[in-house]
Structures are given as C-alpha cells and as structure tokens.
Design a protein around this ligand. Structure first.
Ligand SMILES: *Cc1c(COP(=O)(O)O)cnc(C)c1O
Ligand SMILES: [Zn+2]
Length: 460
C-alpha cells in the first residue's frame, strides 16, 4: 500500500486502508494520520515545480488552491478529487497591523482564508474530506460545528449534489452569518438542546447508527486538505520559509495539519528551514495553553503523558468548567486533535499563548482598519503575535504569518458592538465577555435629516 491510514500511537502503529471509514484507531483509540510511502509515489523535486501549474488555471484541479498541490496529498487519484474553487486566498503584507503587533513594518503577513467559497479556511479540509466521503460511496455527510465547518459542508453539498449534508449545532452557540449559510445552502440543520460537546457526542452516535459519513475534526482527510494553507503561504513568499506561523487554536486541526505539512516537506527535502509555530487560545478556552505551557505536556515521540491529560479533563468535568469566549470558533475546551498538535509544536519548536477578550477585540479592530477584516477567533493570531513580540519571543525583525481563519462578515454583531455608539449593545454583546473599552472604535455619527447639520458633522 502506498497510501494508508496510520495510528499515531508509536506503541500501536496499526495501518488501515484509505477506503476504510474510521474516526479513531479501532485498536487503541488514538488519532489516525494519512501516510504516504514516498518511495512508491513520485514526489516533486522542488517547490517551484508547482509554478508549472499556474498556466493551467482553466482546469478546475489546477485552479483549486488545494488540488494544485495534489502531489503532496495524493490519497486519491486527482480525477476523484472534488473542487468548488477553494483556496483562492491572499497573503497580504499589512504595515499597520505589523506596527500594532510591534514588528518592523514589513514583517507581518496576513493569510486571508476568509476568501474561501464559504468564507473560512474550513473549505481546504472539506474539499479533501468530501472527496473521501464520495469516494467511499457515502450519500450523506454530517458534522457537529460551531458554525464554519457546517457552512463549509453545506456549500460542498449544494455545489456538487454528491452527498446530502446534515449539521448538528448547540442551541444559541452559533454566529448568525454561519447559521444563515447552512440554511441557505439547504443543509438539514438540527439544533440540539445542549452545547457543542453535546452536539459532538450525538452526531457521532447518530452517524454510526445510520452509516452517515462524518466530516468533523477527527477526520484525517480534512487535515490533508488543510496542509495546503501552508503550501500557499510558501508559494506567496516565493518558497521562502517565514520565521513564524501564528494560528488560533480551537479543535487544533489547523495547527496539527501545519505541523504535518512541514514534517513532510522537510522529509521530502523540499525545505531546509522549519518555521516556528505559535498557537493562540482564547483565555476562556485555554486547555492547550494550560497543558503545554503550565503543565509542560510534551509530545515525547508520541509517548505523551496521557494520565496528565485525563486528570486535566476529569478536573474540568468535576469543576463544571465550560469554554466561554466571544470567539465562538475557538470556544472549545476538549480539543480533539490535541495529540497531533503536540506533535506539531514539537517539530516546529512551538509556543502557546492565551489572549483575553479585550486583546482579541482590539486586534480585530486593527486587522479591520488595515483592510480585509476577520471574525473574532481569527484576531487571536494577531493578539498573540503582539504578546509574543512584547515578551521578546518573536524578534522585532522576524517575518511572521498570521492565519486569518474566517471572514469579517461571519459575526457582525461583535464588530458592530465594538464600534457602535449604542452603549447597551456594547455591554450586552462585549461587556459580558470582559471587553471594557473600544480604543479603536470607529463610531458612527448621528445627524438630523437636514443638510446643514450633516455638513456640520463632516466639518467637525
Ligand atoms: C474552526 C475555526 C478555528 C479553529 O481551528 P481549529 O483547527 O479547530 O483549531 C479558528 N477560526 C475559525 C474562523 C474557525 O472556523
Ligand atoms: Zn492505535
């Protein structure tokens, strides 16, 4: 077998075919990877090889920002890979945000994943998981979601008609921009009377019973698609590796896939330098930060301290601690990809930080003022960069890439609350979350319906 699923537990290391539908290792319960035998698959000799595809953009697979890198995620033949035009993203150098973060003016690059068809990075992974699901013959796909995964699944379903989509959400836990997408795209939407963890538990049971294909974060094929975010970052930097990749951490799929991308690029001799990784938690959902920075949990060649992790979650259950942050996309206390993220942090000499609601809100306003804009969770990357520069961990003159994971319009309530003059709205939406001030607010001005008065406001 030149492509297979592989258990990441070094004491187990069992392998399974790519035609099997598994969510964890059936033998030990650990996460599964998609692995390639590069002795049997011809990998490109250098990264500039991918530039030869630029002139073939009329072919959907060469146009796709995911599948033009198919040779680095060849788990299916190219003709079986599904594309709706994902991955047409931008790496944007932003002077204003660089200065805000404390970097030299050319040092900060924002990788804007909000430009994907459903407005978040999730489409990179969904194109891969959706392809796998259709390949194994599934007719229905499901996920539990804080919003963006469901929007992404729904759009693939609507565009291709290959699998019907079913989404499970916790009640009141989804930003309207995201919910509206799932409804518009025609996904069967089930609102569970519970939170994300409840929705996650139910979707797994129902899918198992009814044989529905699951596209949640455990799905190892999703992470294959997400590797291409890093390939596009390198492409935009003309294959020069930056010093840092900074990403918000929720279920830790992105950080895990970035680590896998660099492990493989390094193994294939396509890069010599590996960037450092910074994963940024919201302080209200800071499991990774506590385990990695406070408890010093480490990958340890795959032999990480599972007892420590179990005790941590048991204590969390006993204390009834729930994740709480306005950044709903990272409002997760039990990240499913924890072990793979530890591997990524190990390989990329990583650090983890937590940022407050205030820090995220201010960073989000700065990102918006610099153009493009993002949803609250995405701003954690910029807030985290600022913190790491202040600590001297990131050098002032280093080159930093922050991943803007989701589009600005996903969650307009937070944005309007921050900028608005309606103090009550500010208090209701942000105050309860611990945002006390709006230093960078761009307040709308009210004026009477009268030309002189409007002119007066423009002159003041
Ligand atoms: C899903 C999501 C995240 C969290 O990513 P993980 O891979 O789960 O860590 C962050 N930001 C946005 C906008 C998301 O949709
Ligand atoms: Zn195993």
């Amino acid at each position: 077998m030149s492509v297979y699923q592989h258990c990441i537990n070094p004491n187990c290391s069992k392998t399974f075919g790519v035609d099997e539908i598994l969510h964890r290792c059936p033998s030990c319960g650990e996460l599964l990877d998609v692995q390639y035998d590069w002795n049997k698959i011809a990998a490109p000799k250098n990264l500039r090889h991918f530039e030869t595809y630029w002139s073939q953009r009329f072919q959907p697979h060469r146009f796709s920002g995911v599948w033009r890198f198919h040779e680095l995620l060849p788990f299916l033949p190219l003709e079986k890979c599904i594309t709706i035009g994902e991955g047409q993203t931008l790496l944007r150098q932003t002077h204003r945000v660089a200065l805000y973060a404390g970097l030299d003016s050319g040092g900060l690059f924002l990788q804007y994943e909000g430009l994907n068809p459903s407005g978040s990075f999730k489409d990179n992974g969904m194109s891969a998981a959706f392809s796998h699901g259709a390949f194994v013959g599934a007719t229905r796909a499901a996920c539990a979601s804080t919003g963006n995964t469901s929007a992404s699944l729904a759009v693939y379903s609507a565009c291709t008609n290959l699998m019907k989509s079913i989404i499970f959400i916790g009640s009141g836990k989804i930003a309207y921009g995201k919910l509206s997408q799932a409804l518009d795209y025609g996904a069967k939407t089930i609102q569970i009377q519970g939170d994300f963890d409840d929705a996650m538990a139910r979707v797994q049971e129902v899918s198992k019973q009814l044989g529905i294909y699951l596209v949640n974060s455990l799905n190892p094929f999703r992470l294959e698609g997400q590797k291409t975010i890093m390939f596009r970052v390198l492409e935009a930097l003309r294959w020069e590796v930056p010093d840092w990749i900074v990403v918000p951490g929720g279920n830790l799929g992105n950080s895990s896939s970035f680590g896998k991308a660099f492990i493989e690029l390094h193994q294939l001799g396509l890069i010599t330098k590996v960037p450092r990784l910074a994963v940024i938690n919201a302080a209200g959902a800071n499991t990774l930060y506590r385990l990695y920075e406070q408890e010093k949990l480490r990958w340890n060649g795959g032999h990480y301290d599972k007892t420590l992790v179990q005790q941590f979650f048991d204590t969390m259950t006993a204390e009834g601690r729930k994740a709480s942050t306005m950044a709903s996309a990272i409002e997760i206390n039990r990240p499913v990809n924890l072990s793979k993220c530890l591997r990524a942090l190990d390989f990329m000499n990583g650090v983890v930080r937590e940022v407050s609601e205030q820090e995220m809100a201010d960073a989000k306003a700065q990102v918006g003022a610099g153009g493009l804009g993002c949803e609250p969770a995405s701003a954690a990357s910029v807030a985290g960069t600022r913190k790491l520069v202040a600590e001297g961990i990131i050098g002032k003159s280093e080159r930093v890439v922050c991943i803007l994971t989701g589009h600005q319009l996903k969650d307009p309530n937070v944005t309007v609350a921050y900028h608005g003059t309606d103090k009550q709205f500010f208090t209701d939406v942000l105050g309860t979350r611990g945002v006390k001030t709006a230093e960078f607010a761009n307040q709308p001005v009210s004026a009477a319906n009268n030309i002189e008065e409007i002119i007066r406001t423009l002159q003041s």
